[in-house]
Design a protein around this ligand. Structure first.
Ligand code: ZN
Length: 268
């Protein structure tokens, strides 16, 4: 029960907008929040920033930037523009990082190395702006099952190689759901060290009925979340544990019950 909790707003996205999430965190004494950009835009960035500050919450991340690969140059330029707006928003919110879900294959493409090059080109294009704004780009490797449509960045090692290549201003967001299966996970977390910008918690249910929308409350599945948390702390990360549930089951529950369960389930 050592680490501070943060609510990722996607966890209650069916019933609460951002203002209700902020009030809910205050009511449940959850000190961190990580908004998704859809609810942020619905509330308005300036108003959200004010209400979050007034509630005394830490913004542990803004979800999300990325999605760089596109079939043509105009699509790639539009993605870069959108990422520049996301950096500005993260700066306004004083977010600990901008979480980067880097994107999958462009529609119809079979060129995986090409998509990875587009990811890197996109990151290089926005990095000077991120550095100037003091916004850390937190590369989030996603489970390889999402490689086609969401992230050609699949492992912690691959994310850290990219960090090595890009230099200052880039870190990693480590999500238990995406990294737990990796035989190299312990070694790569140790390698990540101070570059760990965020730690996301949710669990892998057995059986999993939907590979995107059936994530489990921490403790309900097979991931050693406490063990992973100990690894990131040993590597130097002292930040929040952000609970991020994409789950039809939890979306159907009353959000106050979800937040109370999050707190009661928090073991690390
Ligand atoms: Zn995540």
């Amino acid at each position: 029960m050592g680490s501070a909790l943060s609510l990722n707003t996607v966890t209650v996205k069916e019933k609460w907008g951002l203002a209700e999430c902020i009030e809910g965190c205050a009511r449940h004494a959850i000190p961190g929040i990580s908004p998704w950009r859809d609810v942020l835009h619905a509330m308005g960035v300036a108003a959200a920033g004010r209400q979050i500050r007034d509630a005394g919450l830490t913004v542990t991340g803004l979800c999300r930037g990325g999605m760089f690969p596109a079939p043509d140059a105009a699509g790639r330029a539009a993605a870069i523009d959108d990422n520049l707006r996301a950096i500005e928003e993260a700066h306004t919110l004083n977010a600990a990082c901008l979480v980067m879900v880097c994107g999958g294959l462009p529609p119809g493409s079979k060129d995986l190395p090409g998509a990875r090059a587009m990811m890197r080109d996109g990151l290089e294009a926005i990095l000077p702006t991120a550095r100037a704004a003091g916004v850390t780009l937190a590369l989030e490797p996603l489970h390889p099952m999402t490689c086609a449509d969401r992230s050609v960045l699949s492992t912690t090692a691959q994310a850290l190689d990219l960090c090595d290549a890009l230099g200052d201003g880039v870190g990693v967001a480590l999500d238990c759901y995406h990294i737990w299966w990796d035989p190299e996970v312990a070694a790569q977390i140790a390698r990540a060290g101070r570059r760990i910008a965020a730690f996301h918690a949710c669990d892998w249910l057995v059986p999993t009925t939907d590979l995107v929308l059936d994530r489990g409350m921490p403790g309900d599945g097979v991931i050693d979340i406490v063990g992973l948390r100990a690894m990131v702390e040993a590597a130097g990360y002292q930040g929040f544990t952000e609970v991020e549930l994409l789950s039809r089951r939890w979306w159907a529950e009353e959000p106050d019950h979800v937040l109370a369960t999050m707190k009661a389930s928090h073991r690390c």
